[in-house]
Design a protein around this ligand. Structure first.
Ligand code: NAY
Length: 293
């Protein structure tokens, strides 16, 4: 079986001044995160602005990251509204040597539970790689109803090996794990990492690990050493940072935090705004106050 437990950085997509993907910066950031000790990377997810990328660009970032496939673990995010489009991304990832893919539920049209479940089976059958189901109801609008028999069967099926649980309802994380204990459960909101670990998460996938993984490593170590008070204090510091990031615009702020660290992540894609001067100062102050290096 695949050993995919651990802490994965949800990669960003750095853009250059011409608004093109900056390969060099993406690789430099990955290299730094590998050096800091991350288990691997979640490539092309929300933090990578996947739904603001062209189809070619979504495949291109899989290709860039694949450079490190032998020294780290990679998950390719292939989620799309269209099943065929998701399959095309999955096939590209497979060709590049990825062994695991992930997919958001198809969104916007309010597809029926049957249609959503079929989307996952179709991806699995056509790509032939196990899927980490990306459960992000806040952004997709899709709630996985565990009372629904089709959805329960999906979690039990061979198609799904894990769940990226980007949902503050961590009770549901525990209930999903209870459906099939072999599922690899990833905590997906970095704000509740300590709680996710406590209720059974096997790891985490998050965007703030890009610029503050050493801080989370301390949380993980404290938790594993049963120093729960210490873990909570570090979580609070991390949450002071995340609250500020979300206030000014999460993805723009993550890119700015990286820029402060010498990783030139560039601006986010429109309609996202770049931070203004006041917001930049605010983020810099919050980081200085709370970041444990
Ligand atoms: C991804 O790129 O797919 C993700 O990492 C999703 C998880 C992140 N959620 C969002 C909306 O980006 O790491 C979280 C999130 O950034 C963090 O908890 C701060 O809110």
């Amino acid at each position: 079986s695949l050993d995919m437990k651990g802490i994965f950085a949800a990669s960003i997509t750095p853009f250059d001044k011409q608004n093109k993907i900056n390969d060099r910066v993406l690789l430099a950031l990955m290299e730094r995160n590998i050096h800091e000790g991350v288990t691997g990377f979640f490539i092309g997810g929300s933090s990578a602005e996947c739904f603001l990328l062209s189809q070619e660009e979504r495949m291109r970032i899989f290709e860039i990251a694949a450079e490190y496939k032998n020294i780290t673990k990679l998950i390719a995010h292939v989620g799309a509204i269209s099943t065929d489009e998701a399959i095309a991304y999955g096939l590209k990832a497979k060709k590049l040597g990825y062994e695991v893919i992930s997919a958001t539920a198809p969104y916007y049209y309010k597809f029926s539970p049957k249609a959503i479940v079929q989307y996952y089976y179709d991806i699995y059958e056509n790509v032939g790689l196990p899927i980490i189901l990306y459960n992000f109801p806040g952004n997709t609008g899709v709630e996985f109803d565990l009372q629904n028999e089709d959805m329960k069967a999906l979690f039990r099926s061979d198609a799904i090996v894990g769940v990226k649980h980007t949902n503050l309802n961590i009770y549901q994380l525990e209930r999903i794990k209870n459906i099939k204990k072999e599922l690899i459960m990833y905590n997906g909101f970095d704000e509740v990492l300590v709680a996710g670990l406590a209720i059974g998460a096997d790891g985490a996938i998050g965007s703030t690990f890009n610029f503050m993984y050493p801080h989370y490593r301390k949380i993980q170590e404290a938790f594993e050493a049963f120093k729960h008070e210490e873990a909570r204090i570090l979580q609070t510091k991390a949450n002071n940072i995340m609250e500020a990031l979300c206030r000014v615009g999460l993805i723009s702020a993550i890119k700015y935090a990286l820029t402060l660290q010498g990783i030139d992540a560039g601006a986010p894609r429109k309609p996202f705004f770049e931070l203004d001067t006041t917001q930049k100062q605010y983020i810099e102050e919050i980081l200085n106050l709370n970041l444990v290096r």
